[in-house]
Design a protein around this ligand. Structure first.
Ligand code: NAD
Ligand code: COI
Length: 334
Protein backbone atom coordinates (compact mmCIF):
# COMPACT_ATOMS: atom_id res chain seq x y z
CA UNK A 1 0.00 0.00 0.00
CA UNK A 2 1.26 3.50 -0.85
CA UNK A 3 0.04 6.86 0.47
CA UNK A 4 1.20 10.09 -1.17
CA UNK A 5 1.12 13.35 0.81
CA UNK A 6 0.96 16.92 -0.51
CA UNK A 7 2.13 20.16 1.14
CA UNK A 8 4.41 18.49 3.69
CA UNK A 9 6.37 21.05 5.74
CA UNK A 10 9.64 20.63 7.67
CA UNK A 11 7.76 20.86 10.99
CA UNK A 12 5.63 17.85 10.03
CA UNK A 13 8.50 15.51 9.16
CA UNK A 14 9.22 14.09 12.63
CA UNK A 15 5.58 13.09 13.09
CA UNK A 16 5.54 11.72 9.55
CA UNK A 17 8.65 9.59 10.23
CA UNK A 18 7.10 8.34 13.48
CA UNK A 19 3.97 7.31 11.59
CA UNK A 20 6.04 5.53 8.94
CA UNK A 21 7.96 3.62 11.64
CA UNK A 22 4.70 2.54 13.26
CA UNK A 23 3.29 1.46 9.87
CA UNK A 24 6.17 -0.35 8.11
CA UNK A 25 3.82 -1.97 5.57
CA UNK A 26 2.80 1.38 4.14
CA UNK A 27 5.05 3.13 1.63
CA UNK A 28 4.86 6.91 2.04
CA UNK A 29 5.81 9.44 -0.62
CA UNK A 30 5.48 13.19 -0.27
CA UNK A 31 6.09 16.62 -1.73
CA UNK A 32 6.12 20.12 -0.27
CA UNK A 33 3.93 21.24 -3.18
CA UNK A 34 0.15 21.52 -2.88
CA UNK A 35 -2.26 19.46 -4.98
CA UNK A 36 -2.73 21.12 -8.38
CA UNK A 37 -3.24 19.80 -11.91
CA UNK A 38 0.55 20.13 -12.31
CA UNK A 39 1.40 18.06 -9.20
CA UNK A 40 -1.40 15.47 -9.29
CA UNK A 41 0.71 12.96 -11.27
CA UNK A 42 3.25 12.82 -8.40
CA UNK A 43 0.77 10.54 -6.63
CA UNK A 44 1.08 7.89 -9.38
CA UNK A 45 1.21 4.44 -7.79
CA UNK A 46 -0.48 5.50 -4.55
CA UNK A 47 -3.88 4.26 -3.34
CA UNK A 48 -4.60 7.31 -1.24
CA UNK A 49 -3.66 10.94 -0.87
CA UNK A 50 -3.12 12.99 2.32
CA UNK A 51 -3.26 16.73 1.78
CA UNK A 52 -3.56 20.19 3.38
CA UNK A 53 -4.11 23.51 1.64
CA UNK A 54 -6.31 26.59 1.93
CA UNK A 55 -6.66 27.01 -1.84
CA UNK A 56 -9.54 25.22 -3.63
CA UNK A 57 -9.23 21.55 -4.58
CA UNK A 58 -10.10 22.06 -8.24
CA UNK A 59 -11.91 19.52 -10.36
CA UNK A 60 -8.99 19.04 -12.75
CA UNK A 61 -6.66 17.92 -9.94
CA UNK A 62 -9.26 15.47 -8.62
CA UNK A 63 -9.93 14.17 -12.14
CA UNK A 64 -6.20 13.50 -12.55
CA UNK A 65 -6.11 11.61 -9.24
CA UNK A 66 -9.16 9.66 -10.40
CA UNK A 67 -7.37 8.79 -13.66
CA UNK A 68 -4.55 7.38 -11.50
CA UNK A 69 -7.14 5.22 -9.72
CA UNK A 70 -6.92 7.21 -6.48
CA UNK A 71 -10.27 7.38 -4.65
CA UNK A 72 -9.23 8.04 -1.05
CA UNK A 73 -8.42 11.57 0.10
CA UNK A 74 -7.60 12.57 3.68
CA UNK A 75 -7.10 16.19 4.62
CA UNK A 76 -4.90 16.99 7.62
CA UNK A 77 -7.19 19.79 8.82
CA UNK A 78 -10.78 20.42 9.98
CA UNK A 79 -12.49 22.57 7.33
CA UNK A 80 -13.41 21.02 3.97
CA UNK A 81 -15.08 24.09 2.44
CA UNK A 82 -12.43 24.11 -0.33
CA UNK A 83 -13.91 20.91 -1.85
CA UNK A 84 -16.87 20.75 -4.21
CA UNK A 85 -18.70 17.59 -3.11
CA UNK A 86 -20.16 17.24 -6.63
CA UNK A 87 -16.62 16.52 -7.84
CA UNK A 88 -16.08 13.91 -5.12
CA UNK A 89 -19.43 12.35 -6.02
CA UNK A 90 -18.69 12.31 -9.76
CA UNK A 91 -15.34 10.60 -9.17
CA UNK A 92 -16.74 8.33 -6.42
CA UNK A 93 -14.07 9.53 -3.99
CA UNK A 94 -14.07 9.28 -0.20
CA UNK A 95 -12.92 12.18 1.95
CA UNK A 96 -11.83 12.23 5.60
CA UNK A 97 -10.65 15.12 7.79
CA UNK A 98 -9.11 15.59 11.26
CA UNK A 99 -12.05 17.06 13.19
CA UNK A 100 -10.43 17.52 16.62
CA UNK A 101 -6.66 17.80 16.23
CA UNK A 102 -6.60 20.52 18.91
CA UNK A 103 -9.62 22.79 19.48
CA UNK A 104 -7.53 24.43 22.22
CA UNK A 105 -5.01 25.74 19.70
CA UNK A 106 -7.62 27.78 17.85
CA UNK A 107 -9.65 28.73 20.94
CA UNK A 108 -6.52 30.05 22.71
CA UNK A 109 -5.63 32.11 19.66
CA UNK A 110 -9.10 33.66 19.53
CA UNK A 111 -9.30 34.36 23.26
CA UNK A 112 -5.80 35.89 23.30
CA UNK A 113 -6.83 38.13 20.41
CA UNK A 114 -9.75 39.33 22.54
CA UNK A 115 -7.39 40.17 25.42
CA UNK A 116 -4.85 41.89 23.18
CA UNK A 117 -7.58 44.07 21.66
CA UNK A 118 -9.19 44.89 25.02
CA UNK A 119 -5.80 45.97 26.47
CA UNK A 120 -4.86 47.77 23.19
CA UNK A 121 -1.58 45.86 23.04
CA UNK A 122 -0.90 46.57 19.31
CA UNK A 123 -1.02 50.32 20.11
CA UNK A 124 1.12 49.86 23.25
CA UNK A 125 3.66 47.87 21.17
CA UNK A 126 3.80 50.62 18.57
CA UNK A 127 4.36 53.28 21.24
CA UNK A 128 7.09 51.09 22.74
CA UNK A 129 8.78 50.74 19.30
CA UNK A 130 8.84 54.56 19.15
CA UNK A 131 10.42 54.79 22.61
CA UNK A 132 7.16 56.14 24.11
CA UNK A 133 6.76 54.58 27.57
CA UNK A 134 3.77 56.70 28.66
CA UNK A 135 0.26 55.37 29.46
CA UNK A 136 -2.25 57.49 27.57
CA UNK A 137 -4.25 56.98 25.46
CA UNK A 138 -4.16 53.18 25.66
CA UNK A 139 -6.47 52.70 28.64
CA UNK A 140 -7.94 49.19 28.35
CA UNK A 141 -11.06 47.23 29.17
CA UNK A 142 -11.37 44.10 31.35
CA UNK A 143 -12.79 40.74 30.25
CA UNK A 144 -15.17 40.72 33.25
CA UNK A 145 -16.94 43.82 31.93
CA UNK A 146 -17.54 42.22 28.52
CA UNK A 147 -20.37 40.18 27.08
CA UNK A 148 -18.77 37.89 24.51
CA UNK A 149 -21.02 36.39 21.83
CA UNK A 150 -19.73 33.03 20.59
CA UNK A 151 -21.17 32.00 17.22
CA UNK A 152 -20.74 28.24 16.86
CA UNK A 153 -20.55 26.01 19.93
CA UNK A 154 -18.78 23.02 18.35
CA UNK A 155 -15.36 21.72 19.38
CA UNK A 156 -13.56 25.08 19.17
CA UNK A 157 -16.39 27.35 20.30
CA UNK A 158 -16.95 25.30 23.47
CA UNK A 159 -13.28 25.48 24.50
CA UNK A 160 -13.30 29.21 23.76
CA UNK A 161 -16.34 29.58 26.05
CA UNK A 162 -14.52 27.83 28.93
CA UNK A 163 -11.46 30.03 28.46
CA UNK A 164 -13.51 33.24 28.25
CA UNK A 165 -15.41 32.29 31.40
CA UNK A 166 -12.06 31.63 33.08
CA UNK A 167 -11.13 35.24 32.36
CA UNK A 168 -14.44 36.35 33.89
CA UNK A 169 -16.31 37.35 30.73
CA UNK A 170 -20.08 36.91 30.46
CA UNK A 171 -20.67 34.56 27.51
CA UNK A 172 -23.72 34.22 25.30
CA UNK A 173 -23.87 31.82 22.37
CA UNK A 174 -25.66 31.04 19.14
CA UNK A 175 -25.67 27.78 17.18
CA UNK A 176 -28.11 26.13 14.80
CA UNK A 177 -27.75 22.95 16.93
CA UNK A 178 -27.69 23.23 20.69
CA UNK A 179 -25.00 21.51 22.73
CA UNK A 180 -26.22 20.03 26.03
CA UNK A 181 -23.50 21.51 28.26
CA UNK A 182 -23.96 25.00 26.81
CA UNK A 183 -27.75 24.64 26.99
CA UNK A 184 -27.54 23.62 30.68
CA UNK A 185 -25.57 26.78 31.41
CA UNK A 186 -28.34 28.81 29.74
CA UNK A 187 -25.93 30.57 27.38
CA UNK A 188 -27.90 30.29 24.14
CA UNK A 189 -29.78 33.20 22.62
CA UNK A 190 -32.45 32.32 20.04
CA UNK A 191 -31.29 34.50 17.17
CA UNK A 192 -28.15 36.04 15.76
CA UNK A 193 -29.83 39.43 16.05
CA UNK A 194 -30.04 38.98 19.84
CA UNK A 195 -26.39 38.01 19.98
CA UNK A 196 -25.43 41.03 17.84
CA UNK A 197 -27.45 43.40 20.04
CA UNK A 198 -25.99 42.16 23.36
CA UNK A 199 -22.31 41.43 22.58
CA UNK A 200 -19.33 43.69 23.25
CA UNK A 201 -17.13 41.10 21.53
CA UNK A 202 -18.19 38.58 18.85
CA UNK A 203 -16.11 35.53 17.96
CA UNK A 204 -16.86 33.22 15.03
CA UNK A 205 -16.43 29.44 15.28
CA UNK A 206 -18.68 28.09 12.50
CA UNK A 207 -17.74 26.27 9.31
CA UNK A 208 -18.12 28.14 6.02
CA UNK A 209 -21.17 26.85 4.12
CA UNK A 210 -23.22 28.07 1.18
CA UNK A 211 -25.74 29.46 3.73
CA UNK A 212 -23.45 31.63 5.83
CA UNK A 213 -20.95 33.17 3.38
CA UNK A 214 -20.56 36.89 4.24
CA UNK A 215 -22.96 36.52 7.18
CA UNK A 216 -21.13 39.51 8.73
CA UNK A 217 -22.11 42.20 6.23
CA UNK A 218 -23.24 45.84 6.60
CA UNK A 219 -26.67 44.69 7.73
CA UNK A 220 -25.30 42.44 10.50
CA UNK A 221 -22.77 45.06 11.63
CA UNK A 222 -25.53 47.69 11.88
CA UNK A 223 -27.28 45.43 14.44
CA UNK A 224 -24.16 45.22 16.65
CA UNK A 225 -23.27 47.44 19.60
CA UNK A 226 -21.25 50.58 18.88
CA UNK A 227 -17.60 49.80 19.57
CA UNK A 228 -17.94 46.04 19.08
CA UNK A 229 -14.81 43.86 18.70
CA UNK A 230 -14.92 41.16 16.00
CA UNK A 231 -12.81 37.99 16.11
CA UNK A 232 -12.59 35.55 13.19
CA UNK A 233 -10.50 32.39 13.51
CA UNK A 234 -12.96 30.34 11.42
CA UNK A 235 -13.08 31.22 7.70
CA UNK A 236 -12.40 34.51 5.93
CA UNK A 237 -15.49 34.38 3.73
CA UNK A 238 -17.75 34.70 6.81
CA UNK A 239 -16.99 38.45 6.91
CA UNK A 240 -17.27 40.93 4.06
CA UNK A 241 -13.96 42.82 3.89
CA UNK A 242 -15.69 45.92 2.53
CA UNK A 243 -18.26 45.92 5.35
CA UNK A 244 -15.47 45.36 7.89
CA UNK A 245 -13.55 48.37 6.54
CA UNK A 246 -16.67 50.54 6.66
CA UNK A 247 -17.32 49.43 10.25
CA UNK A 248 -13.72 50.16 11.29
CA UNK A 249 -13.76 53.53 9.50
CA UNK A 250 -16.93 54.64 11.25
CA UNK A 251 -15.79 53.37 14.68
CA UNK A 252 -18.81 51.06 14.87
CA UNK A 253 -16.20 48.28 15.08
CA UNK A 254 -13.60 49.18 17.72
CA UNK A 255 -11.17 46.50 16.65
CA UNK A 256 -10.81 43.14 14.92
CA UNK A 257 -8.74 40.01 15.45
CA UNK A 258 -8.48 38.12 12.20
CA UNK A 259 -6.66 34.83 11.64
CA UNK A 260 -8.55 34.35 8.40
CA UNK A 261 -9.59 36.86 5.79
CA UNK A 262 -11.56 36.86 2.56
CA UNK A 263 -9.02 36.46 -0.29
CA UNK A 264 -6.31 35.57 2.25
CA UNK A 265 -4.54 33.42 -0.34
CA UNK A 266 -3.57 36.66 -2.13
CA UNK A 267 -1.15 37.42 0.71
CA UNK A 268 -0.84 34.61 3.29
CA UNK A 269 1.95 32.06 3.03
CA UNK A 270 4.61 34.43 1.67
CA UNK A 271 7.12 36.85 3.26
CA UNK A 272 6.44 40.25 1.64
CA UNK A 273 9.15 42.08 3.59
CA UNK A 274 6.75 44.80 4.73
CA UNK A 275 3.03 45.58 4.88
CA UNK A 276 3.70 48.29 2.27
CA UNK A 277 4.39 45.59 -0.31
CA UNK A 278 1.12 43.65 0.12
CA UNK A 279 -0.32 43.28 -3.39
CA UNK A 280 -3.99 43.27 -2.29
CA UNK A 281 -5.10 46.87 -1.49
CA UNK A 282 -8.11 45.78 0.57
CA UNK A 283 -6.09 43.42 2.76
CA UNK A 284 -3.35 46.10 3.02
CA UNK A 285 -5.98 48.59 4.20
CA UNK A 286 -7.08 46.15 6.94
CA UNK A 287 -3.54 45.10 7.90
CA UNK A 288 -2.27 48.67 8.35
CA UNK A 289 -4.75 49.52 11.12
CA UNK A 290 -3.59 49.80 14.74
CA UNK A 291 -6.83 48.29 16.01
CA UNK A 292 -6.59 45.17 13.82
CA UNK A 293 -4.62 42.06 14.74
CA UNK A 294 -3.98 40.00 11.63
CA UNK A 295 -2.37 36.56 11.82
CA UNK A 296 -1.67 34.36 8.77
CA UNK A 297 -4.19 31.52 9.37
CA UNK A 298 -1.88 30.09 12.04
CA UNK A 299 -4.37 29.72 14.91
CA UNK A 300 -4.00 25.95 14.46
CA UNK A 301 -0.20 26.01 14.45
CA UNK A 302 0.98 24.26 17.63
CA UNK A 303 3.17 21.20 18.14
CA UNK A 304 0.22 19.23 19.52
CA UNK A 305 -2.00 20.11 16.59
CA UNK A 306 0.59 19.34 13.92
CA UNK A 307 1.40 15.94 15.49
CA UNK A 308 -2.30 14.99 15.63
CA UNK A 309 -2.95 16.27 12.10
CA UNK A 310 -0.31 13.89 10.69
CA UNK A 311 -1.24 10.87 12.82
CA UNK A 312 -5.00 11.04 12.35
CA UNK A 313 -4.96 11.90 8.64
CA UNK A 314 -2.58 9.04 7.77
CA UNK A 315 -4.51 6.60 9.99
CA UNK A 316 -7.73 7.66 8.27
CA UNK A 317 -6.26 7.32 4.79
CA UNK A 318 -4.96 3.83 5.59
CA UNK A 319 -8.43 2.88 6.89
CA UNK A 320 -10.06 4.18 3.71
CA UNK A 321 -7.63 2.23 1.51
CA UNK A 322 -8.35 -0.94 3.52
CA UNK A 323 -12.09 -0.43 2.96
CA UNK A 324 -12.79 0.58 6.57
CA UNK A 325 -14.93 3.61 7.40
CA UNK A 326 -13.04 5.86 9.83
CA UNK A 327 -15.06 8.06 12.19
CA UNK A 328 -13.31 10.98 10.47
CA UNK A 329 -15.22 10.28 7.22
CA UNK A 330 -16.62 13.48 5.72
CA UNK A 331 -17.90 12.33 2.33
CA UNK A 332 -18.70 9.06 0.66
CA UNK A 333 -21.10 8.54 -2.24
CA UNK A 334 -22.52 5.38 -0.65
P1 NAD B 1 -17.44 21.93 14.75
O1 NAD B 1 -18.06 21.23 13.59
O2 NAD B 1 -17.05 21.14 15.95
O3 NAD B 1 -18.42 23.10 15.24
C1 NAD B 1 -19.04 23.97 14.37
C2 NAD B 1 -20.34 24.42 15.03
O4 NAD B 1 -20.93 25.41 14.18
C3 NAD B 1 -21.36 23.30 15.17
O5 NAD B 1 -21.85 23.27 16.50
C4 NAD B 1 -22.47 23.66 14.18
O6 NAD B 1 -23.76 23.28 14.62
C5 NAD B 1 -22.33 25.16 14.12
N1 NAD B 1 -22.84 25.78 12.91
C6 NAD B 1 -22.71 25.36 11.63
N2 NAD B 1 -23.25 26.26 10.79
C7 NAD B 1 -23.75 27.26 11.56
C8 NAD B 1 -24.42 28.47 11.28
N3 NAD B 1 -24.70 28.84 10.02
N4 NAD B 1 -24.81 29.25 12.32
C9 NAD B 1 -24.55 28.88 13.60
N5 NAD B 1 -23.89 27.74 13.93
C10 NAD B 1 -23.50 26.95 12.91
O7 NAD B 1 -16.18 22.72 14.16
P2 NAD B 1 -14.95 23.30 14.96
O8 NAD B 1 -13.93 22.24 15.13
O9 NAD B 1 -15.44 24.02 16.15
O10 NAD B 1 -14.37 24.31 13.87
C11 NAD B 1 -15.10 25.42 13.42
C12 NAD B 1 -14.43 26.00 12.21
O11 NAD B 1 -13.19 26.59 12.58
C13 NAD B 1 -14.02 24.98 11.15
O12 NAD B 1 -15.10 24.63 10.31
C14 NAD B 1 -12.94 25.71 10.39
O13 NAD B 1 -13.50 26.46 9.34
C15 NAD B 1 -12.37 26.67 11.42
N6 NAD B 1 -10.98 26.32 11.80
C16 NAD B 1 -10.03 27.26 11.71
C17 NAD B 1 -8.73 26.96 12.09
C18 NAD B 1 -7.64 28.00 12.02
O14 NAD B 1 -6.44 27.63 12.07
N7 NAD B 1 -7.95 29.28 11.93
C19 NAD B 1 -8.41 25.68 12.53
C20 NAD B 1 -9.43 24.75 12.63
C21 NAD B 1 -10.72 25.07 12.26
C1 COI C 1 -8.53 23.91 9.58
O1 COI C 1 -8.08 22.95 10.23
O2 COI C 1 -9.66 23.89 9.06
C2 COI C 1 -7.73 25.11 9.40
O3 COI C 1 -8.26 26.15 9.11
C3 COI C 1 -6.24 24.99 9.56
C4 COI C 1 -5.49 25.28 8.29
C5 COI C 1 -4.10 24.68 8.37
C6 COI C 1 -6.16 24.85 7.03
Amino acid sequence: MKIFAYGIREDEKTSLENWEQANPNVEVGYTDKTLTPETADLANGASGVVTLQTTPYDRESLEKLNNLGIKNISIRNVGYDNFDFNDLKDFDMKLSNVPVYSPNAIAEHAVLMVGRLLRRIPEVDKKFDNGDFTWAPTIGKEYREQTVGVIGTGHIGRVAIQMLQGFGAKVIAYDVYHNDSIEKQGLYVDTLDELYAQSDVITLHVPLTSDNAYMIDDNAIAKMKDGVYLINCARGELISNDALIRGLDSGKIAGAGLDVLDHENNVFGKNWGSIEKLPDPIIKNIAERENVILTPHNAFYTETAVRNMIEVSFDSNKDLIEGKIPDTLVFSKK
